[in-house]
Ligand binder design. Structure first.
Ligand SMILES: O=C(CO)COP(=O)(O)O
Length: 248
């Protein structure tokens, strides 16, 4: 499978400046992994234009469940697709927390994404309290069961495991813990999707940096990363892409 380095800019404007984004494409003319940048919605079309002709693809950070209609402030998957996006992040813990997104809503959004021809990057992950209570696998399993879209295939579904307590904190689970959760996710997907689950890319997210990327990418069932803070600097994100390409 092609591994995936995805950058989530979150609510940061021209974090990686557009010329730098173009440079990122030039740095890796034929990378051994896929590269995706998910800027705020206001920058998607501009980013698509900027990285045209390079291997860098562009994605959204959320979408509505409907194609169009009276939903002030929302953006549909079809609109992301029209703007040139090829993927969308769904059910990020920040959206689950800030906007009360439930598994059922994430599933409906993911189904809208697939219907629009986008890759759905569905995020799961436990809070620190849940980890301390020893319920990580129960939480992640329930999120997978509840958020997985109908019609998912290895080509249109990506799962991102992002422990909430590791996001933006500089803390990461141990390599053994990442391996355990990723193996669990693969197994859980197999229950839903059968043999197709083997080809679904499982990203790790949460404080991925150039300094820990190589170690994390060597973990079985880690097929890439969903990177927040370090994707805001072209140099750092470039190093993470290089580490993933080397692991591919
Ligand atoms: O939330 C994340 C990506 O979606 C991870 O963020 P950080 O890489 O900043 O920890």
């Amino acid at each position: 499978m092609r591994k995936l380095a995805a950058g989530n800019w979150k609510m940061n404007g021209l974090a990686l400046s557009l010329p730098e984004a173009r440079d990122l494409g030039r740095m890796f003319p034929s990378p051994a992994c896929d590269i995706l940048i998910c800027p705020p919605a206001t920058l998607i079309a501009q980013m698509v234009w900027t990285v045209q002709g390079s291997p860098v693809k562009v994605g959204g950070q959320d979408c509505h469940t409907k194609v169009s209609g009276a939903h002030t402030g929302d953006i549909s998957a079809a609109m992301l697709k029209d703007a040139g996006a090829s993927a969308v992040i769904l059910g990020h813990s920040e959206r689950r927390t800030d906007h009360g997104e439930t598994d059922a809503l994430v599933k409906a959004k993911a189904e809208a994404a697939l219907a629009a021809g986008l890759i759905a990057i569905v995020c799961v992950g436990e809070t620190e309290a849940q980890r301390d209570a020893g319920t990580t696998l129960d939480v992640v399993g329930a999120q997978i069961d509840g958020s997985l879209p109908e019609g998912a295939t290895a080509a249109n579904l990506v799962i991102a495991y992002e422990p909430v307590w590791a996001i933006g904190t500089g803390r990461t689970p141990t390599i053994a813990e990442i391996a355990k959760v990723h193996a669990f996710i693969r197994d859980r997907l197999t229950r839903h999707m059968g043999a197709d689950a083997a080809g679904v890319r499982l990203l790790y997210g949460g404080s991925v940096k150039p300094s820990n990327a190589t170690e994390i990418f060597a973990v079985p069932n880690v097929d890439g990363a969903l990177v927040g803070g370090a994707s805001l600097k072209a140099e750092d994100f470039g190093k993470i892409v290089a580490a993933l390409s080397a692991a591919a």
